[in-house]
Write a protein that binds this ligand. Sequence first.
Ligand SMILES: C[S@@+](CC[C@H](N)C(=O)[O-])C[C@H]1O[C@@H](n2cnc3c(N)ncnc32)[C@H](O)[C@@H]1O
Length: 617
Amino acid sequence: MGRRAKNKQGEPLSIEEFQARKQKKGEKRTFKKETTSKDTSNKKRHISERPVSNKSKKTKKQAVADVESDASDLPEVDYEELANAKKSLFEDSEEEEEEELQGLDDLESGEDEIDVDDEFYDSDEGDRERPMFSDDEEDMEELNAANMEALSRKLDEEAELEEYEAEQELLEGNKIQPRAKVLPTADEEEEIAKGPQDLTMVRTRMLEVVKVLEDFKTLSEEGTNRSQYIDRFVKDLCEYFGYSQFLAEKLFNLFSPSEAMEFFEANEIHRPITIRTNTLKSRRRDLAQSLVNKGVNLQPIGPWTKVGLQVFDSQVPIGATPEYLAGHYILQAASSFLPVMALDPQENERILDMAAAPGGKTTYISALMKNTGCVFANDANKARTKSLIANIHRLGCRNTIVCNYDAREFPKVIGGFDRILLDAPCSGTGVIGKDESVKVSRTEKDFIQIPHLQKQLLLSAIDSVDANSPTGGVIVYSTCSVAVDENEAVVDYALRKRPNVKLVETGLAIGKEGFTSYRGKHFSSKLSMTRRYYPHTYNVDGFYVAKFKKIAPSPNDVSKAGASEKEALARAEAEEEGIIHDDFSKFEEDEDKEIITKSIKHSLKRKGINPATVLNK
Ligand SMILES: C[S@@+](CC[C@H](N)C(=O)[O-])C[C@H]1O[C@@H](n2cnc3c(N)ncnc32)[C@H](O)[C@@H]1O
């Protein structure tokens, strides 16, 4: 089984914190390498002298006092880091204030939900949770004070992480000797094959093998080759993290050995709980203020989004607050903001969300369009359109038409859209942190069948867009998978089949370049314009985004009706019947009850309380 419990860490970091820490880690390593031999014993002593972090609730005063006394008690504390951690909470607020003041009129929004269907994955989950900001200076002080607990916890985490890093260095520094015997002997392999292994040993061996693979000439044993080390490493990945051999190998092949290790480790940790402000109903600072008043510790996700908040901790179930029920926000994975930002919907356009349920991205599109124009929200799974409709209603999206087609039927049913989002059904290899079952459930067949469907859907999307749209002609393709078969290979296929589209820049501030070649396959050089996201690089779900511009119509664009005619028809029908049908007009009490109970259970579990002891009283 996976090592999730063993590796459980404190609250997840924001993208910026995560990256700053990675950078710092790199700098520290360089320094420590020079000092390792003489400092090791000292380091050990300091580690053991470190106070055990206290994650229990503190008063705000205590939290501030703790921050100060913690800093003065520790001989090895990096004061710069401490000051930066402290400063960052406050500076975020200032930056955010500026950003928000500038963008007050720039209303954006939407929402999301966490719904994974049996077959395909959605990057949004319903269950995550975890500092803070405001737009006005006065509010800022109050909000920051309210977040002192979060700051305190953040510093505890820093200490824990340093401790962990020091241990790793000991492992890496002390145990790895040049030309050390790393691979098990034949006898040892026999022993290994017999049954469960000592996981600490397995982990140490993985770290050792990574070292050897990265400096093979110097560190490998004589008479061995790379593939022997790789075979052992993949087997150890399976043993330690609980993957099938097939998937471990597939994912390992995406990275260098050391990055692969980071990726697999990041999959053992939950991503931060994030929410998106629904700007159709609220502004981020107002929402943040109301939630802070209820005991929620939060902060903006990062400078790249004006609507996202990362929840660090909450005294109330974040999926059942009055603000949630009133549609002021939606629980949505940060990665799910990205395709909609790349789509860049404009007011008064006609947009198709081809695979829309449960509606996280549809509602964001609708909010960015400020409820103008029309969003066709389609999903082939009728049952899932129920949660799509519920979200559309809760968030107050009034420019949306829900439909239930196999999207491969487009553009035959409707065509001529200004923009289309295809957030495709996928294998979910980007969301293993959310759903461990992917580790063993995905087979080779999946990576043939799913890409086949994705290719058909993408061609349909291209054919359903109006190349002569005065404002758009844009298609965005996204998945919550990191597999090349479902991403670059699909996009490259579409470029070959439809020369009337070209790839354009996504406009996204973060993301790694897509592959232009992979294991002997060469893709168009333009694939570098697509973007990849990994849990270990951005602390977001694994994700992929590609943006196309349709430059000319083609004979494939045959549609029975254009989007504008369908919209006019739907509006006329709505006028006749009333746009809200009876069966969708209200929340179902039972369904709400279930959501609220689930949220309360989750919150109790996070606090280490067995829900049964509370709920069954
Ligand atoms: C990744 S999820 C979509 C998540 C959604 N965009 C959101 O942000 O909430 C993929 C969706 O594709 C739908 N789907 C699968 N095959 C489809 C098809 N042939 N046509 C349309 N939708 C399909 C699934 O029912 C599922 O809801």
